[in-house]
Design a protein around this ligand. Structure first.
Ligand code: TMP
Length: 207
């Protein structure tokens, strides 16, 4: 949280496009017209405006539509899909909110299934992450502050679950988020290019 994910996702997409790849940059919640509407429902308003399971159902519905209409068609034509947040955020944020991981896994397996080849975890000091997330509340994103308003204990738990996923899941790789935007972007790009999942038939996939 607060590590510059969206900026880095954009930079990675631009670099891979420069290398000649067909790249689709997308985000969650959102990434399809219906899922963008669901985003507005789930990220705006008071922290307690819906219960945890309603929230999880909306994230899952948004993800299902996003996969069906945006991600799957892109993968099927051979594109590289870069998604700003995905299932790891559900595990961290809804998990920190008290939803059992079995419930999150069950909904994912039933309605979404798709798991990324690689998840890049931008690692930063948890206290700095909290400060960055909180500082966003004073800026234009105040209208989307439903999660940021949940308090520091919640944020520390989110951070713990992100780190736990990074330590326990094979497809997760940690990249240090310290340094300039360009330094981090270089690290992210080299991590992605070197990863086993990166398409080796690179030129065949290029458009
Ligand atoms: P963003 O600000 O990074 O676009 O994310 C919007 C908010 O949605 C953010 O506070 C994290 C939250 N979120 C979840 O709680 N669960 C999820 O599965 C996703 C994708 C996002």
């Amino acid at each position: 949280e607060g590590a510059g994910k969206s900026t880095q996702a954009r930079k990675l997409a631009a670099s891979l496009k420069d290398h000649g790849y067909d790249v689709v940059l997308t985000r969650e919640p959102g990434g399809s017209p219906l899922a963008e509407e669901l985003r507005a429902v789930v990220v705006q308003g008071e922290a307690d405006r819906m219960d945890a399971l309603t929230e999880l159902l909306i994230f899952t519905a948004a993800r299902r539509d996003h996969i069906r209409t945006t991600i799957r068609p892109a993968l099927d034509r051979g594109a590289i899909v870069i998604c700003d947040r995905y299932l790891g955020s559900t595990n961290a944020l809804q998990g920190a909110g008290g939803t059992p991981h079995e419930t999150i896994d069950l909904l994912h397996e039933t309605f979404c299934q798709l798991v990324p080849d690689l998840t890049v975890f931008l690692e930063m000091d948890p206290k700095a992450s909290l400060d960055r997330a909180m500082s966003r509340l004073t800026q234009a994103e105040v209208a989307e502050g439903r999660f940021e308003s949940k308090g520091s204990a919640f944020h520390m738990e989110v951070d713990r679950i992100f780190r736990h996923q990074c330590q326990t899941r094979n497809e997760w790789v940690s990249v240090a988020a310290a340094g300039t935007i360009d330094q981090v972007a270089d690290r992210v790009l080299s991590t992605v290019l070197a990863h086993d999942s990166f398409p080796k038939n690179a030129l065949a996939r290029a458009v």
